[in-house]
Design a protein around this ligand. Sequence first.
Ligand code: GDP
Length: 417
Amino acid sequence: MTPEQLLQGLLQGTAPVQRRAMAKAITLLESTRADHRLQADELLTGLLPHTGKSFRLGISGVPGVGKSTFIEALGLYLIGQGHRVAVLAVDPSSTVSGGSILGDKTRMEHLSVHPDAYIRPSPSSGTLGGVAEKTREAMLVCEAAGYDVVIVETVGVGQSETAVANMTDMFCLLQLPNAGDDLQAIKKGVMEIADLVVINKADIDANAAMRAEAQITSALRLLGMHGRESVHPEDHASVRPEPSTVRPELVDSVRPELVEGQPGAIQASTGSARTEQSSARTERWHPKVVKISALLGQGVDAFWAAVTEFKALQTANGKFALRREQQALAWMWERIEAGLKQSFRTQAAVRQLLPQLSLQVSQGQVAASTAARQLLAAYTDRFTVRAEPVEALLSSTTSPSTGSGRTGTVSSGRTGG
Ligand code: GDP
């Protein structure tokens, strides 16, 4: 199938045609073959105008906490409310073992056979960055096919939680009603990226669940997380966009509230009285804690009410759109960095120099920074020979109607990618 045919199938196909097109599109996006990658980019470009309309929900928790039981209960609840639900997964262990546990259809018996649900296991090869990239692209496929709630699941180990928080609108952490667990999550810093903490298995011991709720609520307060930005600035620190290439409100992703007059900007608290509208704009989300029993289906409605409240608040204060814009840009930079690294490692001059210099660095004969400079010089050498003036490059990427082409701007219409 060509990218065009896949797109038609996704957007207009009957249910079975659409399902097949989704599977084929995701397989194409997951392929590492260079010719497939070109087709995949064509498909993504076609998809993009049809994406971005879903709610993207990240769910994490240690194995056994009840993720699949909860997603099954939540998915069926949402379908009952008229939604279409896609479940994707980022499974860091799959990159090591080559197998995927998360998102396995057998874990969600009823949801997986429902016509309004689509479940896709984690891509099973590549680095975490690569797996996250594929999942992010699969999310776009689901959105184009009309799934309006996309759940991205991950396990509570390592960096995968940050990766999922960075591709979703809201990040939820599932916890057991047990103190050791809570402290562990706090220690790992996972709690600070959660917009909502869900205490599951409250049916087993209601008192323990209550204690956990109080403990986590006060931990969130103690750690000063109430009222923090729901976009996680530190995660973007290494992939911060170049200031000159982005809109001003996106430049300071750490403190958007300091960018005056921009979405998410905080009005001065002194001076003239605030209008109701401005207070809605400045109100922040305070991470909540909810108790549920996924097994008994208790608390799923309260969970979704909290999600709905979060979405309404983030939309009113401008952070919903801002988070997506920041995610898209951070994602672009992450991919650029990954691409550059790959290009660097495979370049002939670098490959020739690398083993010897690595040895010398490890034996303390050459300073690491000196070796890095030599390797970078060898790498950039090939560019400096045929470097074109920047103006020439810019004018070749802009349409003739934009005149001199010096601006080189890119349309920022979509925020879904
Ligand atoms: P996952 O590894 O996080 O996906 O966890 P599962 O959903 O597979 O659940 C692990 C085990 O916990 C299963 O035996 C579930 O039946 C059980 N479980 C999940 N949720 C609850 C709950 O709310 N209450 C009780 N009592 N058991 C639960």
